[in-house]
Design a protein around this ligand. Sequence first.
Ligand code: IPM
Ligand code: SF4
Length: 428
Amino acid sequence: MGKTLAEKIFDAHRVDMPFPDTHVLKLDRVFCHEITTPIAITDLMARGLDRVFDPEKIKVVIDHVTPAKDSKTAEQGKILRDWARRQDIKDFFDIGRNGVCHAIFPEKGFVRPGFTVIMGDSHTCTHGAFGAFAAGVGTTDLEVGILKGVCAFHFPKTIKVVLEGTMREGVYAKDVILHVIQQLTVNGATNMVIEFTGPVVDAMSMEARMTLCNMAIEAGGTSGVCYPDMTTVEYLWDFIKEEYPSKEAALEDYSQWVSDEDAEYEKVLKIDVSDLEPMVTFGYKPDQVKPVREMEGEKLDQIYIGSCTNGRIEDLRVAAQVLKGQKVSDDVRAIVSPATPNVYKQALKEGIIEIFQDAGFCVTNPTCGACLGMSNGVLAEGEVCASTTNRNFNGRMGKGGMVHLMSPATAAASAIAGKIANSPLYKG
Ligand SMILES: CC(C)[C@H](C(=O)O)[C@@H](O)C(=O)O
Ligand code: SF4
């Protein structure tokens, strides 16, 4: 019987099996941010265990609320900052160099095919786009990871999602993943890995693959994964060119991180994306999804473009294409948060920031901010936001507020219309 990609990663990292179905894996990366890691640090300190397993494998960023908005968030930043200094963690991204964790860490080349990655953040699944096993964990697992560089997991059953056909113009990875979540439902992949394969994924950029894997958790998935290929090698090349004599050599090495043809799956879901339309959520759960067409004209108060799902340069490019020469409707306000300083810089270079500003968008620094209703765009009671983020839970972006998840193209078109609208890039 063949093996899935996740099983192969487990085999290569297993150091112990203390109980049946408890696999202790060696970790290649432990990622940290200022919301969950300070709790782990404080607890480790209280227990006299203020150490780290390897400062080079730990990567740290302040991203959720930055600059700090109050004494509490300032304290969280301080605990993380002091710890990174004390433990000699060199890859620490503080204000001015910081961006959303799941955007900046891939951008820095920290994730490689076949890696194991944990973080105290549910969207850690994003990094599976590189052919890694990347999972969000709670405080106890994070503490063990920081201290010992290992983490215990259950054996990963895998759901294979095969994406076939050709996407229509104006339909994006976000529309695909919303459709997939609708099919799987919010707990259809609980404790499982979702493997995204097929010609549609093969043709996708790394950014689009990250958008897919990012939302695996919204179907309950532990991790999303894509097979590494030449697109992966090209994305990583600047970081790996010392390791391999050529891109082909890197590809050959990475090609061990794919599933065998006869691997066993929990479920295989084949989806032809050829007829897929731009999609949007309508309720408080990410599987409540409809075509934008059926939601056109719905009232909005705010538009938000950003986050670890859709705050990368490709996303901003698409939004700018829609916004060019247009104005945000007087009925709404609009905010864009480039996900990293590099995204911001590139958007400046390409004139994208100017397009956003001329349209009437507020451009913030790179941060999670509005995505989880902590800063930079919190909704008031009863307000509605069109958002490129990944969660539409009740009150997610502010108490009593509602969120409609959608692609950057749909969000930009909705900003201009002042209500939910399909983008002119979609030719249907
Ligand atoms: C703050 C953090 C723990 C949280 C998560 O784990 O997902 C956040 O990133 C989110 O998206 O709600
Ligand atoms: S951008 Fe949103 S979903 Fe992503 S890590 Fe930040 S708060 Fe979580």
